[in-house]
Design a protein. Structure first.
Length: 501
């Protein structure tokens, strides 16, 4: 940013006395009744975020008026302090805050990667949907600084009646099926599954895959108890080719939403960077939350708060991946694991409490943010033999690799089947010993199952960050569902999106 521009921005900000209210969740004057300031329609603002680690340049591109507003009509200043970004709308005349919503974006994650730290800028499109204001509003986009405080990065007056605001119906070749109808969109969570990588011949397969994912959702608490709070839509636009792009395998497909594996350079990270395609297709159905269902047997997915969840449909673990990623995108949950490969550096800076409801740095008197849910008698932090777990996992991996190498070498030397088998069997006693130690540890920890405490190892960090339970869908694909803290966070989000009813 040049000095002149910085000065202009400062001036613009100085004229915003209510700016402190951009932070969702902060107390402020109650928002006016919905119908007083908003029409029953959706305004989509298409932004471009050009970012590296140090800079964020935000520009507003097209404005579009879309179908009915599916979101809540009360609680327009959302009660959660989630997301690295927030969009706020202010009344021009009174500076009154009309609407505020936190969100995340792939650009926010990119900023923590090594290329971004080296100053490599990348541009990401992102359409944000808000209720359509009846009059001009001031739009403020804010981004978290290193202390997690929201700082404005974009301020602009927007006139929703301006002639350049596009008013296009959804494309004619997008088909919407209402899979479950429980009530008016304003009173329910409107969940839209968007088809990706299904050709015109695969429409029935898509419908089956949606049912498969829904069966998993309704079998999992708290969704099982909240089923009637949801409307569900299946949104289909045929892809020219079946499957999904996987650049590292040299595989490229022309698909409806342009999703791709290898997001941020990771094998299993599956997202789309064609935001325009996704938003345009999704505009055909009322939606509070989107799931990109990808026609592939590979393991993978991704989920970004207030953006969308993506999951493949046909891997043996796809149902769990869907539930996990939907936890991110819908309920703002964080990753509780700390062992898998990620592209981020310093994703949660030391000494700072993560925003996510299921992660804590235990900074405040050693109490987690979920203190009210902690099981009676549990120590904080909660010992869980983390060192023993890491030792056993590492030993198991090393031994398996050693065995594989020994067998491969013997094969190269032309050894026969019987000799190879004997060689592999030779490793068995040591493997069994480790398995026995793992089982013994699991038995010792059995009393902790289902309990809430603060277990060290979470948010991509083995030390310094804590998760609520031994097991959770946000921690691993092991048996079981969400931990009580994640269930509580999901429940609160469902009630909010349903307008508190
Ligand atoms: Zn959890």
């Amino acid at each position: 940013m040049n000095d002149r521009l910085a000065a202009v921005l400062l001036l613009a900000l100085a004229s915003l006395p209510a700016l402190a209210q951009t932070a969702p969740g902060l107390p402020g004057a109650a928002p006016p009744p919905f119908a007083e300031v908003f029409a029953d329609a959706t305004l989509r603002l298409d932004f471009t975020f050009t970012v590296d680690q140090k800079t964020e340049i935000v520009s507003l591109d097209r404005l579009r008026v879309q179908g009915p507003w599916a979101g809540p009509r009360t609680g327009l200043h959302q009660p959660f302090d989630y997301g690295r970004y927030a969009i706020s709308l202010y009344d021009l005349a009174t500076n009154r805050l009309l609407y505020a919503q936190g969100f995340d974006g792939l650009f926010g994650e990119y900023r923590t990667t090594t290329p971004a730290q080296q100053g490599e800028k990348r541009a990401y499109r992102r359409g944000l949907c808000v209720p359509l204001p009846k009059a001009s509003v001031r739009v403020v986009l804010a981004s978290r600084d290193r202390a997690n405080l929201l700082q404005p990065v974009f301020v602009r007056t927007v006139d929703p009646q301006a002639p350049e605001v596009f008013r296009l119906p959804p494309p004619a070749d997008v088909a919407v099926t209402a899979v479950q109808q429980s009530g008016a969109p304003a009173d329910k969570v409107d969940l839209a599954f968007v088809a990706e990588g299904y050709t015109a011949d695969d429409r029935a397969a898509f419908a089956e895959d949606v049912e498969k994912m829904l069966a998993a959702l309704w079998a999992c608490e708290p969704y099982a108890s909240l089923r009637d709070r949801f409307n569900v839509y299946a949104v289909f636009r045929a892809s020219q080719e079946r499957g999904v792009s996987e650049p590292r395998q040299g595989r490229f497909r022309r698909t409806a939403v342009g999703a791709s594996f290898n997001a941020l350079g990771l094998d299993r990270y599956l997202l789309t960077e064609d935001d325009e395609a996704l938003r345009t297709i999704a505009s055909a159905a009322p939606h509070d939350t989107l799931v990109l269902l990808v026609n592939s047997e590979r393991y993978g997915g991704g989920g970004i708060y207030q953006d969308y969840a993506a999951s493949t449909a046909d891997h043996a673990l796809s149902r769990k991946v869907f539930l996990h990623e939907f936890g991110h995108s819908f309920a703002g949950l964080g990753d509780e694991y700390f062992t898998s490969e990620v592209a981020y550096n310093d994703f949660y800076p030391a000494g700072q409490e993560p925003l996510e409801p299921n992660l804590t740095a235990l900074l405040v008197a050693g109490r987690p943010k979920w203190a009210g849910l902690v099981s009676a008698g549990l120590e904080l932090p909660t010992p869980w033999e983390q060192q023993e777990r890491d030792r056993l996992t590492q030993a198991m991996q090393e031994l398996a690799a050693e065995r594989q190498q020994a067998v491969a070498k013997a094969k190269q030397e032309g050894k026969g089947e019987a000799e190879l088998k004997a060689l592999a069997d030779g490793f068995q006693p040591r493997l069994e010993e480790l398995a026995k130690a793992q089982k013994a540890r699991a038995e010792r920890l059995a009393p902790l199952r289902g309990k809430v405490g603060a277990f060290e190892g979470a948010g991509y960090a083995a030390k310094g960050l804590y998760r609520p339970s031994l097991e959770c869908l946000m921690f691993s694909n092991a048996e079981g569902g969400f931990c009580p803290v994640c269930q509580d966070a999901i429940l609160r989000m469902v009630l909010h999106v349903c307008g508190g009813r």
